[in-house]
Write a protein that binds this ligand. Structure first.
Ligand code: FES
Length: 81
């Protein structure tokens, strides 16, 4: 059930605005991206060191990994241009 709720929330909020990645702790994709870029984080372990992401049901880990990969790629492309 939790997996389905996380999936539905991911679809509902992925309209270019803010998407909640971790529903248990109210952590959004924008917050993950901001923290990733501010702290030079490159993996989920880094985000988990400064937020409680994934510490309850853990259903958010895969999506958080994708968001971090996007943020790392965006940062890399920004530096290259
Ligand atoms: S959604 Fe449950 S710990 Fe992140």
């Amino acid at each position: 059930m939790e997996t389905i709720l996380v999936y539905i929330a991911s679809i509902m909020f992925k309209d270019g605005s803010e998407m909640y990645v971790c529903l248990c702790h109210g952590i959004s994709d924008k917050k993950i991206m901001k923290l990733t870029q501010q702290h030079g984080i490159t993996d989920v372990r880094g985000i988990r060191q400064i937020t409680p992401l994934g510490s309850m049901c853990g259903k958010c880990i895969r999506t958080a990994k994708e968001v971090i990969e996007e943020a790392v790629l965006a940062t890399t492309l920004k530096k290259a241009s």
